[in-house]
Design a protein around this ligand. Sequence first.
Ligand code: HSE
Length: 312
Amino acid sequence: MIRRRVKVFAPASISNLGPGFDVLGIAVRRPGDIVTAERTREPGFTFTLQSADPRIPASARENVAGHVALLMLEEIRPPFGIRLTLHKKMPLGSGLGSSGASSVASAVAVNALLSKPLPKYELLRFAVEGERKASGAPHADNVAPSLLGGLCLIRSYDPLDVLQLPVSNRIIWIVVHPDMVVKTKEARALLPGTLPLQTAILQWGNVSGLTAGLISGNDLCLKKCIEDNVAEPVRARLIPGFEEVRRSSLRAGALGCSISGSGPSLFAVTTAIRLADSIAGAMVRTFRRTAGVRCDVYISKVNRDGATVRSV
Ligand code: HSE
């Protein structure tokens, strides 16, 4: 079936998940970005941005969605043109994989219009270029889950090798996005260049235990292993109220809480559905009290679909 006009939704993602810096990420159901795209008879590429935020680049070369689409078109050279619109729904610098969702939605939309679309996995190498554009680093722990859905483990970057792992449906993901901005590039600049061996041992112990907990839904694994001794200690200061909010989530019954991606959003997990709203409420109140900011809250189970396309 040849598609002439498509609408793609690419979901937000929680990357790192505590200890898994640059290697673990999970897709959630909301929020997300939308791209619409259509074939045009005349060759070439037209990009339009629909957003209320003036900070988001509107030119095709500067916007990650335009950049990814152009890279694909330059390589694939289809015998038609594409008119593409990014409906930017996600906030910038949120830690929810906003640039990743735009990059993924664009790659999936361009691909869906091709006469012979590439397998979804092949789109990863284009989507990471959007991340390189946005933050200077082609990290894949947002784009992989946003594209493929579920829990993704970036086993290797060179070559890029992403494993999709099963994830327990018991786990409820609570994401609290305070009204502040953290630029991934700046948050990455704070990270240490090397790690003491003892820190590395602690970290890979936690990554392994967390991965087991995510697959099994075992409360104890989640409780013990959502602990980040590498990025969180240096990034916490970018998020006013971080420690108080984290503690408030644990007091309200969360199994664990850490920074979502490079922040400022925080995520918390529980396997008790009755606790989800009160954990979120505690976090929102604490952000308001300690940092004077309002928050958006997203509560969902894992999104197993990743980016979805429909013909329109
Ligand atoms: N793994 C990346 C980082 C995610 O923590 O810098 C950015 O959203």
